[in-house]
Design a protein around this ligand. Structure first.
Ligand SMILES: O=c1ccn([C@@H]2O[C@H](COP(=O)(O)O)[C@@H](O)[C@H]2O)c(=O)[nH]1
Length: 258
């Protein structure tokens, strides 16, 4: 299995002979408005892709869209992804949006129901995009579990905070690899309140729930409402002594897991 951090929540996963592209945000640096109100008002994305879009799309068998917020499925992705590419989405509402854009090969996932995609079993799992009312304002999100007889189990958590369901998913699927969105992204205007995705303490909770797993943290420093830098996260995991359990890839960096 090969994991590559592309930028923000955009990653690729070569798994069981299939190449998955997750949450494509393909815009050039500064191509769309900031998410406001936030501490920074720079235009998004904050950084360029580490490769060309052509290189990124080469060999992709399927795209997974965990939800349709702009930093997970942006206008550039809507324009540049081939309209017949296989696409997995979380619900009919997201699928309707993609169909209206001209995408023709969409499969809607169903929570806890495994789908066989060319021998790879992918299962939608729940996520919560913030706490309390914030999660309602931010809308539905999903995570995905990947299973294959010759691969370690991967849990892609998506845009979620730590909550009881994440622990339940870890207990149910016992993933060896956990992919987290950990940028502590948040707004400053009062609503939505609190972190929208995991921060360092949430990541630590995931580590405690799965101390044998390798955790890879994405969704860092690429959109303006981020709250946790790579440096701060690395300092935290060093303090906790969990630097061999928690990996913090730069954009473009990849890992192979045997
Ligand atoms: O005050 C607000 C409330 C919501 N948004 C929206 O939030 C998401 C941010 O992206 P995530 O990475 O999924 O957290 C985006 O869709 C915004 O439209 C906002 O910007 N400001």
């Amino acid at each position: 299995m090969n994991f590559q951090q592309i930028r923000n929540a955009t990653i690729t996963l070569e798994y069981g002979g299939q190449k998955f592209l997750v949450d494509p945000m393909l815009s050039k640096k500064g191509e769309f408005d900031p998410f406001l109100p936030a501490e920074r008002d720079d235009r998004n994305p904050l950084v360029e892709l580490p490769m060309s879009v052509d290189e990124l799309l080469e060999g992709v068998d399927a795209v997974i869209i965990t939800h349709t917020h702009e930093d997970h499925f942006d206008q550039a992705a809507k324009d540049q992804l081939p309209k017949d590419i296989k696409m997995f989405m979380q619900d009919e509402e997201d699928a309707k949006l993609a169909k209206e854009l001209g995408f023709t090969n969409i499969e809607v996932m169903e929570e806890e129901v495994a789908i066989d995609f060319n021998g790879v079993e992918i299962t939608e799992v729940d996520g919560r995009h913030g706490y309390g009312e914030t999660a309602e304002l931010m809308g539905n999100v999903m995570g995905v579990v990947f299973q294959h007889p010759e691969e370690e189990t991967v849990y892609l958590a998506g845009d979620t905070v730590w909550y009881e369901k994440v622990e339940e998913i870890i207990d149910t699927y016992t993933p060896e690899i956990i992919l987290l969105n950990g940028g502590e992204n948040h707004f400053t205007g009062g609503r939505p309140v609190g972190n929208l995705i995991m921060g360092k303490e949430d990541i630590y909770e995931v580590y405690k729930a799965a101390p044998e797993a390798t955790i890879v943290v994405s969704h860092l420093e690429a959109v303006n409402h981020w709250g946790l830098s790579r440096e701060e996260l690395k300092n935290f995991i060093n303090e906790k002594g969990i630097q061999s359990n928690v990996l913090v890839p730069d954009d473009g960096e990849s890992y192979t897991f045997e």
